[in-house]
Design a protein around this ligand. Structure first.
Ligand SMILES: Cc1cc2nc3c(=O)[nH]c(=O)nc-3n(C[C@H](O)[C@H](O)[C@H](O)COP(=O)(O)OP(=O)(O)OC[C@H]3O[C@@H](n4cnc5c(N)ncnc54)[C@H](O)[C@@H]3O)c2cc1C
Length: 354
C-alpha cells in the first residue's frame, strides 16, 4: 500500500516522528515539525492539513476533545508455533476455557500464529510491547484445551509478537468489553482518526479524507468504489520452475512488482527458505527497495522470517548477509553490528517467556 502511494506521488519517511504541530495566530495548522528518531535531525514541513493516524499514540499529538473519552492502550500478544506441531490447514477460532474470550490459531507464513490476549499496556507508550509470562501461559492453556492430543510443549514455541490496540475507553473494567468503534477529531487543519479495526480500514480512510477536505480545497475525495490496489497485471508469467502457490504468494505480497523479483533470478533463489513462505530472492529485493535501515526492518517488519524461524533465523544470518551485501551499503563491521543488535532486539521483544 505504501509502495502504491509512492507511485502515485506520495513520499514515505521511515524512522520519522511527528513532533509538533505548527499553527498561525488563529490556530490554523501551517506545518508539522518532524524528527528523525535516530539522528534527532528535525525539519518543518509546510502544510495546511495533517491527518494524525497514529493509533494508540494519537493523543500525544491531539488530546481527545470528547469529555471522558480517552485512548486505552491494550496489548495483544501472540505465540508462534511450527506448523508441524499444530498442523491446521485453515484458521480455527474458539473460546478460551478460562474467560470465554475468542482466541484463534491461523496458518501464517509457514507457521501457526496463536492469539491473542487483551490486557492493559501499563508501560510508557514509547516502549516496545512484549508478551508476559502470564499471557504466554494463558495462550498455551488455550492450545492445550483445543488440541489436547497434540501435546504441544512450551519448548515448541518459536517466537512471540505483541502489539498495542488503539481502543477508546468508556471505562469498562474488562478490556475486551470496550468498544472498537473509531472517532474523527478535527481541529483547524488537524484531523485525528483513531480507534477502529484493521478490517474497517477503508471506512476509516474515507472518514479521514472527508474531514480533511475543507482544509484542502483543491483536493477531491471522489473515487468511492474504486479498487483499493492497482489491479493485477494478468500478463505476468509464472516462472516454470516455481510452484503455483509460491507465485500466488509473491504476487499477493508485491503486486505487479513481482516482475522485478522473478526477473533474472536463479532457480534456487525462488525456493522457499525452509519452513517459511518467503523465498530467498525476496531478501535482496526488499533490502534494496523497501526502505530498510536496520536488519530488524528486513527480517521482522518486511519479510517475517525473523518470527517464523527458530532464534529469529540466526542460523541463516551469514547467508542473508551474502545475499544482501550487493544491495546494501554495509561493510563487514556494519553487518556485525546489525546482526548483534538484531539478535539482542529479537531476544527482548520476540523471545518466549516460559
Ligand atoms: C494484537 C492485536 C490484534 C488485533 N487483531 C485485529 C483483528 O483481528 N482484526 C482487526 O480488524 N483489527 C485487529 N487489531 C486492531 C488493528 O491492528 C488496529 O485497529 C489497527 O492497527 C489500527 O491502525 P492505525 O493505523 O490506526 O494504528 P497503528 O496500526 O497502531 O499505526 C499507528 C502508527 O503510528 C506510528 N506513530 C505513533 N506516533 C507517531 C508519531 N508521533 N509520529 C509518527 N508516527 C507515529 C506508530 O509507530 C504506528 O506505526 C489488532 C491489534 C492488535 C494489537
Amino acid at each position: 500500500m505504501i509502495d502504491e502511494a509512492i507511485q502515485n506521488g506520495g513520499t514515505a519517511r521511515n524512522y520519522t516522528t511527528a513532533k509538533e504541530i505548527v499553527r498561525d495566530q488563529d490556530g490554523n495548522v501551517t506545518g508539522l515539525v518532524v524528527e528523525d528518531s535516530e539522528t534527532s535531525q528535525t525539519q518543518t514541513l509546510n502544510t495546511r492539513a495533517i491527518i494524525n493516524a497514529t493509533g494508540a499514540w494519537a493523543e500525544q499529538i491531539h488530546l481527545s476533545p470528547q469529555k471522558g473519552l480517552h485512548l486505552r492502550p491494550l496489548r495483544g500478544s501472540h505465540l508462534i508455533f511450527p506448523l508441524d506441531k499444530i498442523p491446521i490447514k485453515e484458521a480455527v477460532s474458539f473460546e478460551h476455557p478460562e474467560d470465554k474470550r475468542p482466541v484463534f490459531a491461523i496458518p501464517w507464513e509457514g507457521a501457526v500464529l496463536f492469539g491473542t490476549t487483551d490486557v492493559d499496556f501499563d508501560k510508557e507508550l514509547h516502549q516496545e510491547p512484549v508478551i508476559t509470562r502470564h499471557e504466554a501461559d494463558y495462550l498455551l492453556a488455550a492450545v492445550h484445551a483445543r488440541f489436547p492430543d497434540l501435546h504441544v510443549k512450551k519448548s515448541d514455541c518459536i517466537a512471540s509478537i505483541a502489539g498495542i490496540r488503539p481502543v477508546l475507553s468508556a471505562h469498562k473494567k474488562d478490556p475486551s468489553k470496550e468498544s472498537r468503534e473509531h472517532v474523527v477529531w478535527v481541529d483547524k487543519g488537524l484531523v485525528t482518526i483513531t480507534g477502529g479495526k484493521l478490517t474497517t480500514f477503508r471506512l476509516l480512510a474515507w472518514d479521514a479524507l472527508k474531514a480533511v477536505r475543507p482544509f484542502l480545497p483543491s483536493f477531491s475525495t471522489d473515487g468511492k468504489g474504486q479498487p483499493v490496489f492497482t489491479p493485477p497485471d494478468t500478463s505476468i508469467q509464472k516462472p516454470q520452475s516455481m510452484p503455483e502457490k509460491a507465485f500466488q504468494k509473491l504476487w499477493g505480497r508485491y503486486g505487479n512488482k513481482v516482475k522485478d523479483i522473478i526477473a533474472g533470478v536463479t532457480k534456487d533463489s525462488l525456493d522457499w527458505i525452509p519452513n517459511t513462505h518467503t523465498c530467498w530472492a525476496e531478501l535482496p529485493y526488499v533490502a534494496k527497495n523497501e526502505h530498510i535501515r536496520h536488519l530488524s526492518d528486513l527480517l521482522l517488519r518486511r519479510v517475517r522470517i525473523g518470527l517464523i524461524l527458530p532464534e529469529g533465523g540466526k542460523q541463516y544470518l551469514e547467508q542473508i548477509q551474502n545475499l544482501c551485501t550487493p544491495v546494501l551499503d554495509w561493510d563487514d563491521e556494519r553487518w556485525e553490528m546489525e546482526k548483534t543488535q538484531y539478535i539482542s532486539q529479537w531476544q527482548k521483544a520476540h523471545g518466549v517467556p516460559f
